[in-house]
Design a binder for this molecule. Structure first.
Ligand SMILES: *Cc1c(COP(=O)(O)O)cnc(C)c1O
Length: 402
């Protein structure tokens, strides 16, 4: 008999890498009656959001531009506002999300130069540097980096790519997809010289999907004056212009905006450094379980480990989709499926946002049960014990038994 009865609906956490579990404080904040976005008090909702978002992006000189959309819309906005058809774009592909960004650029008729990497590797700063050094005429207008590749659980060194650009004195704009890293792992828009930082509401901000959030440098805003890619809904100038006078060019996603205000309060009250440390600790506990099971992460080395999602290879001959389907059908718990090259080969454990030790442990325990059901060579309790050990040792302020 399935334990996934309708009566439990909403009681089980999700372990997908976005959308995340929504903290009750944010759910209540989003549960508001319609207010008038043309009323003079709309600005009191909008302005603090834009100011606090700058703190999370770590920018003082950049502008935050939001759209009713998702992260993908943020990509489209970043590209179409700053580039013209035929412009050359340099981008590394090492997972499904970097692949989708490439596809978007190609459909906008950009000339996309792709550095193909093994999935599980990060953005190769050295190879970016070689291509940029070879581009003496500065044909490359845009350098694209996926900070956290959600398909493989790989975090890349964005600053190293910036260094490669600076070493070659290359004037291209730097575009970073930080959809699944922002507000979970350190991100420094100004310090890393990021010109376009793309995020969304449903990952680190722990809200429903519905808003694209883009950090835009002064240099990128200037590029928007001459860029010729067609855009209308996503035009930076319309949104920034309307925001400057306290308004929105069309209907804003009000409920998400109220939620975002509360989310920013939560994040800034906790302190970003504490938020990052919490994500590291939660992730490390999950990684302890995978070590105990003897399963490999897709991420090739510890410096690449993502603190928001772990992609885990299943043993040869087994299909990861059978595991994720079984966990869902029998126990009512969702884990991330393998995407692209990882389909059938790896499942993903999303551990971003609002996840307590109790929630994380429940996920590890259910995964073990599902794996055992499908004859994986694992010992029931082995992963749970490893995670328990790590969590209790890293949580207790007093000396505890080893
Ligand atoms: C989730 C995600 C996106 C965008 O997805 P949407 O579904 O459009 O919000 C883009 N890039 C990465 C790395 C992501 O994790």
């Amino acid at each position: 008999m399935s334990a996934h009865l309708p009566i439990f609906g909403g009681q089980n956490p999700v372990f997908i890498p976005g959308p995340t579990n929504i903290p009750d404080r944010l759910r209540y904040a989003m549960s508001i009656q319609t207010t008038d976005h043309r009323a003079p008090d709309f600005v009191e909702l909008l302005e603090p959001l834009l100011a606090d978002l700058k703190k999370v992006f770590k920018t003082t000189t950049g502008k935050i531009i939001t759209f009713p959309s998702t992260g993908t819309g943020g990509w489209e906005a970043a590209i179409t506002n700053t580039l013209s058809p035929g412009d050359k774009v340099l981008v590394a592909r090492f997972g499904m999300f970097s692949h989708r960004w490439i596809d978007l650029c190609q459909r906008h008729n950009l000339d996309v130069e792709i550095i193909d990497c093994e999935w599980g590797q990060g953005a190769p700063a050295d190879l970016y540097g070689e291509r940029l050094a070879a581009d003496r005429e500065h044909k490359i207008k845009a350098v694209l980096v996926t900070h956290n590749e959600t398909a493989t659980g790989v975090r890349s060194d964005v600053n190293a790519v910036r260094q490669a650009m600076d070493t070659t004195n290359h004037p291209a704009l730097l575009y970073v997809d930080c959809v699944s890293s922002l507000a979970c792992m350190d991100f420094r828009m100004d310090e890393w010289g990021v010109d376009l930082a793309v995020s969304g509401s449903q990952k680190g901000f722990m809200l429903a999907a519905g808003m694209a959030i883009v950090g835009v440098s002064e240099k990128a805003l200037a590029a928007a004056e001459t860029a010729k890619c067609p855009r209308c809904f996503f035009d930076f100038r319309d949104m920034a212009g309307a925001n400057a006078s306290g308004g929105f060019p069309y209907t804003p996603p009000l409920q998400i905006m109220y939620g975002l205000g509360e989310s920013l309060k939560l994040l800034l009250e906790e302190g970003l450094d504490n938020v990052f440390a919490r994500h590291f600790r939660t992730a490390e506990g999950v990684r302890e379980a995978t070590r105990a099971w003897g399963l490999d992460l897709c991420a090739k080395r510890p410096s690449l480990y993502s603190d928001t999602v772990s992609a885990v290879f299943v043993p040869e001959g087994l299909n990861s989709d059978d595991l994720t389907n079984h966990a869902f059908e029998v126990y009512g718990i969702s884990f991330g499926v393998g995407l692209g090259q990882m389909a059938g080969k790896a499942f993903r454990i999303g551990h971003l946002g609002s996840l307590t030790d109790a929630m994380a442990l429940s996920g590890i325990a259910i995964l073990e049960m599902a794996m055992k059901d499908l004859n994986y060579p694992i010992q029931l309790g082995s992963g749970v014990a490893a995670t328990q050990d790590y969590y209790r040792k890293s949580a207790c302020p007093v000396e505890i038994a080893a």
